[in-house]
Ligand binder design. Structure first.
Ligand SMILES: [Fe+2]
Length: 187
């Protein structure tokens, strides 16, 4: 089931998603669906479920400020919240988007929609940036040891995914934010 815009907004509200995170989700939705459209235009045999991808992007960080159960980390609570709301298909995309998900075969993004959500999330802070810029921002945050180890382990895999998608659509990652079709900031 694809939720309506009103349902998405309600879910943001009841789960206390802060406005800057809502903005992040909107930009991730814009970028991920742009990737999807580019791939479908260039490769007629490729199909991307754009409405599903867009809804998953808008909801991927739904647990950022929501109360978590013991042993839950991001995005475990998001998956639970989405399933509880009858959004199981969306939770399947959200389940594989967290930075550390790419480190484990059982949670690494596999489908094109999962890959596009994962990559787009790593190319957006408040606006579209590159994977390298996103990792540099994380490194400047004074993360705990465990998170730094995950960051180092994930980096080559995220770069490989960035290369896989960007080379298929013949664009340099650093050029994407400058594209006139992609508004870099949401007004
Ligand atoms: Fe995110």
């Amino acid at each position: 089931m694809i939720p309506t815009a009103a349902t998405i907004r309600k879910l943001w509200e009841v789960n206390f998603l802060p406005p800057y995170k809502q903005n992040h989700c909107v930009v991730v939705a814009k970028l991920s669906t742009w990737f999807g459209r580019q791939l479908m235009e260039l490769y007629p045999d490729v199909s991307v479920d754009l409405p599903l991808l867009e809804a998953a992007a808008l909801l991927h960080d739904i647990d950022k400020a929501a109360p978590k159960n013991p042993n839950e980390r991001h995005p475990d609570a998001a998956v639970r919240i989405l399933r509880d709301n009858g959004l199981g298909e969306i939770s399947d995309l959200v389940r594989t988007h967290a930075l550390h998900a790419i480190l484990d075969q059982s949670t690494a993004p596999q489908t094109l929609e999962q890959k596009l959500l994962y990559l787009s999330d790593k190319m957006v802070k408040h606006s579209i940036i590159t994977v390298d810029e996103r990792f540099a921002l994380w490194r400047s945050e004074g993360l705990p040891e465990r998170a730094l180890k995950e960051l180092d382990a994930a980096y080559p895999k995220v770069k490989a995914l960035e290369k896989e998608i960007c080379s298929r659509i013949h664009i340099e990652p650093g050029k994407i934010a400058e594209l006139p079709t992609l508004l870099n900031r949401v007004q």
